[in-house]
Design a protein around this ligand. Structure first.
Ligand code: UDP
Length: 381
């Protein structure tokens, strides 16, 4: 089967990292067309996935854009749609991986007469999207997509509640290669040494720096934790959230936590950095559609504390394979961090349960089989 994947982003967010795992098995039968250049293109190339950048300018419409701004971007979209239509005729299926990719993919699907699959990595609610963007996404998916793959029950529910068709949506979780998360103990000790983390109780936060990812909640919690607790913030402001980055630095200095918070920026050695942590914290203040970092921490056999909302509740069972806390509550988070610091045996059992359940539920080989079956159904039908 020949698949034309579409993604609007040049930057490797969770949806893009997920796409790498889905496209990889198709080798030269896949082509990923991007609407922006950047580090994601290089990651695809490193994984030997054919890639091309179709647009030289980023599309000027954002999640919160209104109808007028949407119309203004049409001029930009027309040549892009044209290119995709021509390309799509060489493929069996168009696979839109983001919202702007859905817009382009829907029209390209209509003109090229190729079926469209939309991979929904978002909770389509007004918390994350403008009313206009919601309406566009739902109407295009309902009218043009043969299949919508939702990355969690939470994303599926939001899609249906916003008016999405129930007969086209299926839940498929993100897949992971469990082997990638097995690390060498001596390498990890060296890494801890390099980062100045020896003798500390390290809480890791792995996410792009953005207000709704709630790094500020973790910093506030840290101020309430014993002094040996240290935080590493792994990730960068991928979509222009520079004001938030500045606020985080201010918060750290106001609370006099400079020696206990390290900003590591965007990193590609996530399994190693997670292995160097004693606990991984997820602190999103809005419901997380899936939460790749949670599964990754589980595969690294690390205890994870996560904000209880959205897809997260499908990943973590409180007290069995992780901890759940109320989103936006630093006091509760600090309490869990302190418990993990003291109750090492129980915490180790929870981390071990986490690894077992995550390797069983999210093995990329099984997830890719599920996707392959759904896609072949679409193409043959
Ligand atoms: N990630 C990364 N480097 C970083 C920070 C994060 O590769 O410095 C990865 C992380 O390991 C995860 C993804 O980015 O696989 C984030 O996915 P998630 O579902 O947690 O959040 P999203 O970005 O999709 O909102």
């Amino acid at each position: 089967m020949k698949i034309l994947f579409l993604d609007q982003s040049g930057k490797p967010g969770g949806a893009e990292l997920c796409l790498i795992d889905i496209a990889k098995p198709y080798g030269d039968c896949a082509l990923v067309s991007l609407f922006a250049d950047g580090a994601f293109k290089h990651l695809l190339q490193q994984n030997h996935i054919p890639v091309e950048v179709l647009a030289t300018q980023a599309i000027q419409v954002r999640k919160e854009s209104n109808l007028r701004q949407g119309f203004k971007s049409l001029g930009q979209l027309a040549p892009l749609i044209n290119k995709v239509v021509k390309k799509a005729r060489e493929y069996d299926l168009i696979y839109a991986n983001t919202q702007k990719a859905l817009v382009v993919g829907a029209l390209a699907s209509f003109f090229s007469r190729r079926p469209l699959v939309y991979h929904l990595h978002d909770i389509l609610s007004q918390e994350h999207f403008s009313q206009t963007n919601l309406r566009i996404a739902i109407n295009l998916a309902n009218r043009f997509a043969s299949l919508v793959i939702a990355n969690s029950q939470a994303s599926q529910t939001a899609f249906v509640q916003a008016g999405g068709r129930t007969d086209i949506v299926e839940v498929v979780y993100n897949g992971f290669e469990p082997k990638k998360y097995q690390t060498d103990k001596s390498d990890i000790n060296k890494l801890r040494q390099q980062l100045g983390l020896e003798g500390k109780f390290v809480v890791g936060h792995f996410s792009r720096l953005a207000p709704w990812k709630g790094q500020h909640i973790l910093i506030e919690a840290l101020a309430k934790c014993p002094p040996e607790v240290t935080v590493i913030l792994v990730g960068d402001a991928l979509f222009g959230e520079q004001d938030y980055v500045q606020k985080l630095h201010q918060q750290v200095s106001q609370l006099r936590l400079e020696n206990r918070v390290k900003f590591l920026g965007f990193r590609s050695d996530i399994p190693q950095l997670m292995a160097a942590c004693d606990l991984v914290a997820h602190t999103s203040t809005s419901p997380e559609p899936f939460g790749r970092v949670i599964v990754e921490a589980m595969l690294c056999e690390k205890p994870v504390v996560a904000a209880k909302a959205g897809g997260v509740m499908e990943l973590v069972e409180h007290g069995f394979n992780g901890f759940l806390v109320t989103p936006g509550e630093p006091q509760e988070l600090a309490q869990v961090i302190s418990t993990c610091l003291q109750e090492t045996e129980i915490t180790a059992t929870i981390a071990s349960n986490a690894r077992t359940t995550a390797s069983q539920r999210f093995d990329v080989a099984i997830i890719n089989q599920q996707i392959a079956q759904l896609l072949s159904h679409i193409v043959s039908g």
